[in-house]
Design a protein around this ligand. Structure first.
Ligand SMILES: Cc1cc2nc3c(=O)[nH]c(=O)nc-3n(C[C@H](O)[C@H](O)[C@H](O)COP(=O)(O)O)c2cc1C
Length: 218
């Protein structure tokens, strides 16, 4: 099982780093081959440059983007680990996927998503508490974003795990959070593709694509 872990946090002292270490060593202990993409340490340029966007028609990608695309193709599953900033993914994590999942590599009119059957498992940390996050629509915002991002390009499992109140929870709770993270990624090994399913509107974008929206049939 090949897993790419996309990690988007600047601090080694963060809870996200604890999640990264736990998830990586757990997946390896379960026999997976793991490649970690630490976007900050890689100094990944998340800004969409003219040459990146031009690739939507030319399919000529920069060497940096090509390398990431090769790893997407190599992977059976992607794991993302990030804090939530202003109700959604940090911009540089979204920027990574905007560039790597460029048109034609990721989807095409008349074809739909080109990464059918792939799977993504995303872990997010929050500063706010659970009732607030629900009322403010932050869980929904993330689920809809991931549904549009990964559903559109054909992913069959799009799963999220949320960790509220991270800065104020007890050490005991943090240990519980880490243990839940190992159970969450165990699904990559233990569940068949498609068994976990999709978040958000239950694969809204996938359903719309199948009904013919966006590919010229409707
Ligand atoms: C720019 C910025 C925006 C943030 N916006 C949110 C937010 O919308 N909702 C929330 O619950 N926490 C928000 N936070 C708090 C972080 O999500 C929280 O500190 C982090 O997830 C804690 O985990 P960490 O130790 O891995 O950083 C924000 C933090 C920053 C720096």
């Amino acid at each position: 099982m090949n897993v790419v872990v996309v990690y988007a946090h600047p601090y080694d002292g963060s809870f996200c780093k604890g999640l990264l270490d736990t998830v990586t060593s757990h997946l390896q202990s379960r026999g997976a081959t793991v490649k970690v993409k630490d976007l900050v340490k890689m100094k990944f340029d998340a800004v969409m440059q003219p040459e990146d966007l031009k690739a939507a028609s030319t399919e000529i990608y920069t060497d940096v983007v090509k390398r990431e695309q090769e790893d997407v193709l190599w992977s059976d599953a992607i794991v993302t680990i990030a804090p939530v900033w202003f109700g959604t993914l940090p911009g540089f994590l979204k920027g990574y996927f905007d560039k790597v999942f460029m048109t034609k590599f990721a989807y095409d009119v008349g074809v739909g998503g080109k990464h059918k059957g792939k799977r993504v498992f995303s872990l997010f940390t929050f500063g706010s508490n659970d009732p607030y996050l629900d009322m403010a629509g932050q869980y929904e915002c993330i689920n809809l974003t991931l549904d549009n991002l990964f559903g559109s390009v054909g992913f069959i499992d799009v799963a999220t795990k949320f960790y509220p109140s991270v800065p104020i929870v007890s050490d005991e709770k943090r240990k519980q959070y880490l243990s839940e993270a190992t159970q969450f990624v165990d699904q990559i090994i233990d569940c068949q593709p498609g068994e976990v399913g999709q978040v958000g509107n239950g694969g809204l974008t996938t359903r719309l694509h199948m009904q013919g929206y966006l590919n010229g049939k409707v």
